[in-house]
Design a protein around this ligand. Structure first.
Ligand code: PMP
Length: 406
């Protein structure tokens, strides 16, 4: 076999399958209760509505354009629908400011490509969405831990960035029900972030993948909405908002979007022309068809189911977890984040669990840019019913209680 390493670009050395991904392959065993995936429950997909959408498209005059190449910015009726939808949460913009991507994952790749030269710094929360780290890694950045409680000064971020040989370009965060912790950033922290970004003159990447999945508590305005209202309009904002239909309608169609000021949108269009020309025309049409006829009902349906599962998981954690463990109490989303006693290792626990208790989760260190915090776990409640949740958490509690520290 060829030795490819010296032929590959240097940036490819940071593209590696993690040991955790290898472990998670074992999930295909049939008797495992899995809290590992962060995916929607397929039983909740609006499949009948999609069937009607594709039927209408194929039986109408649109079929030719549905199967044809289309503009890189995205399907205009879908962009118009998004403008109306985000206006409800304080994001006032025009269809020109909306750019359709192939899932919001593609937005992360494009934004990494647009902002990061090798050695530039991306500020990320500790922990952060693993897929964002994978997307940015290809552009060879450094990472610095973004502090949400405001105890770091712009100078300290700049100093670290300079030591790493570049400058700070953006702060990336998932403001509502984050992957992996399920936590939401409060209003004060959002305002502090905007002030810090002004002082440092950097972009803010607001990942809103889970924003619609609020079960209870009061909604906090998106960072983008706060930015628009203080700066007098979208063209003056430094926030770049990415949204997705994956968690509300269905991920398989791969439709997401970015909302930003025009200079950013114009660059994203050029990136898309070079990468994949446009997102699937027919899938954008189907998403528009389904969203414009029943988005609110679909969101209400999934919120009810996931909220019940969140409650079941919190109750089971309370019942079965040893007192030495702590966990988050999310108001929405798909995840709970568990912190085990110091010295315990989530990856070792997973290996043991798959062999004995047959329950799966994601060890937390995968979500830290520096691979730290080994004593944490991400568990998802989205794809398991109440009975499986109770049984799985019982097994997990037994495993943690029996595990040694060190
Ligand atoms: N951002 C976050 C925080 C996510 O959890 C995910 C999916 N797991 C994505 C973005 C990407 O989702 P998609 O590409 O399906 O929109």
């Amino acid at each position: 076999m060829l030795d490819w390493e010296h032929i590959f670009a240097t940036r490819s050395s940071r593209m590696r399958a993690s040991e955790i991904r290898e472990l998670l392959k074992l999930l295909e065993q049939p008797d495992i209760i899995s809290f590992a995936g962060g995916i929607p429950d397929p039983a909740l997909f609006p499949d009948e509505a999609f069937k009607a959408a594709y039927n209408d498209i194929f039986s109408g005059s649109q079929v030719g354009s549905a199967l044809q190449y289309s503009v890189s910015e995205g399907y205009k009726p879908l962009r118009d629908w998004i403008v109306g939808e985000v206006a409800r949460i304080g994001i006032e913009c025009t269809a020109e400011n909306v750019f359709i991507t192939s899932g919001s994952q593609q937005a992360l790749d494009y934004l990494g490509k647009l902002f990061l030269s090798p050695s530039d710094t991306a500020l990320v929360t500790w922990p952060t969405y693993l897929g964002a780290l994978s997307a940015f890694n290809a552009y060879e950045p450094s990472y610095d831990q973004f502090s949400l409680n405001g105890n770091r000064t712009p100078a300290s971020y700049r100093e670290t960035a300079a030591k790493n040989g570049g400058s700070v370009k953006f702060a990336y965060l998932s403001a509502d029900f984050s992957n992996p912790t399920g936590e939401t950033i409060d209003l004060e922290a959002r305002e502090r972030l905007l002030a810090l970004a002004d002082e440092m003159d950097i972009a803010i990447l607001e990942d809103a993948a889970y924003q619609h999945l609020r079960f209870d508590g009061e909604a906090v305005p998106p960072i983008m909405a706060l930015d628009i209202s203080r700066s007098g309009g979208i063209e003056n904002t430094r926030t770049i908002y990415s949204g997705s239909f994956s968690k509300t309608l269905a991920p398989g169609l791969r439709v997401g979007f970015v909302i930003a000021a025009m200079p950013v949108i114009r660059k994203l269009v050029l990136l898309k022309q070079a990468a994949d020309l446009h997102s699937s025309t027919i899938n954008q049409m189907a998403i528009e068809h389904v969203a414009s006829r029943g988005f609110d009902d679909q969101v209400a349906k999934i919120r009810k189911v996931y909220s019940g599962r969140r409650d079941a998981m919190l109750a089971a954690l309370q019942k079965y977890m040893p007192k030495t463990a702590t966990w988050t109490r999310p108001e929405g989303g798909m995840f709970i984040w568990v912190t085990l006693p110091e010295g315990m290792d989530g990856a070792e626990l997973l290996a043991k669990s798959l062999a004995t208790e047959k329950v799966a989760f994601v060890p937390g260190k995968a979500f830290f840019a520096d691979g730290s915090n080994h004593n944490t776990l991400r568990i998802s409640f989205s794809c398991t019913n109440d009975q499986m949740i109770d049984e799985g958490i019982k097994r997990l509690g037994r495993l943690v209680a029996g595990a040694s520290v060190g």
